[in-house]
Design a protein. Structure first.
Length: 325
């Protein structure tokens, strides 16, 4: 029972980390058509398998894991108390005078338990701390790397109103169908759109700038999932929100858009995605050089966006670009 709970918990936490921007995209297999939470993640499963084999080889007996287990449990208790305090303050609007004493009461016992286990670090507790540190480094590196990448794109992006003015002035040839450009933000002109217009010098009759945004809630109602706005020159912005327990699905977004009166023929729609090649030779000091290398490796091995977002592969055009970080 404990092993099954751990496996399910790791899958769920990893999926939430992806949605919250703390982990690269990983392959998620939905094993049930009725229950959304039933998922399987092959890469995570293999990682746990190798970790279990390593534990057996290093510790040999389960009794030798008592120190590592004790630190994991007591540290989790302390973290849960702190999170409970923020839930009281944010979700239940408790005052500081009402919530703080409860936090201090819980932490009084939790920190005593945790402190008594810290003396077991040389006996095996180091393993828990090492795993936690490694995961923390990976998550923070991915978050900071994505932020650095967003800054690079923001510097390169052309304001959308200027691009639309250019389209109005040049009157490029418009081909039939719909083009959907996936973008981090709908505020600027996506880099793939700029490259497409620069090299092909044509645009589709209807161009949709689609941004997938994470929500703070576990799930989002379909009635609140999308925000759609019409611009000029046949351009539209579309923001789709998914909760941290949901997997983004672009065809589902198109179905919701059709329910709002905007008909999208998937057989007449082309999805444009950017594929970035990261160069770590940049002069940015926001990340150490070794973290840049680590972020580049994580980005290179991330699950491809086409499959992750559920886009039909035959309807996708990828436009590559080099980004110096």
């Amino acid at each position: 029972i404990a092993s099954q709970a751990m496996i399910s918990g790791v899958y769920s936490l990893t999926q939430q980390a992806i949605q919250l921007g703390f982990s690269p995209r990983l392959h998620i297999v939905h094993t049930s058509q009725e229950a959304k939470g039933q998922i399987y993640m092959p890469e995570v499963n293999y990682a746990m398998m190798m970790a279990c084999i390593a534990l057996v080889l290093v510790f040999k007996e389960s009794s030798n894991l008592a120190a590592a287990y004790g630190i994991a449990v007591t540290a989790t208790m302390a973290i849960t108390s702190v999170l409970y305090y923020f839930v009281l303050r944010t979700n239940f609007s408790w005052s500081l005078a009402r919530a703080l004493p409860l936090l201090l009461l819980f932490l009084f016992f939790d920190l005593i338990y945790l402190g008594s286990n810290l003396i077991k670090i040389p006996d095996g507790g180091w393993f828990t701390l090492a795993v936690a540190t490694a995961i923390l480094v990976l998550m923070v590196t991915w978050r900071d790397g994505r932020a650095l990448l967003r800054d690079q794109f923001a510097d390169q992006q052309l304001p959308l109103d200027l691009f639309l003015s250019e389209v109005n002035r040049k009157k490029p040839h418009r081909v039939q169908g719909t083009a959907v450009f996936l973008t981090i933000s709908t505020q600027g002109t996506p880099i793939p759109l700029l490259h497409h217009f620069k090299h092909n010098k044509v645009l589709h009759e209807r161009v949709i700038l689609l941004s997938i945004a994470p929500a703070d809630s576990p799930k989002v109602k379909n009635t609140e999932r999308i925000e759609f706005a019409e611009l000029s020159e046949g351009f539209y912005t579309l923001v789709a929100r998914f909760g941290f327990m949901e997997t983004p699905n672009v065809p589902k977004v198109m179905e919701i858009l059709a329910q709002k009166g905007v008909e999208i023929n998937m057989m007449d729609t082309t999805f444009f995605l950017g594929r970035e090649t990261l160069l770590t030779s940049g002069s940015s000091k926001k990340m150490a050089q070794w973290r840049k290398y680590l972020f580049a490796v994580l980005a290179k091995n991330a699950w491809n966006a086409t499959t992750f977002f559920g886009i039909p592969p035959g309807r996708v055009v990828e436009i590559g670009s080099q980004v110096v970080i």
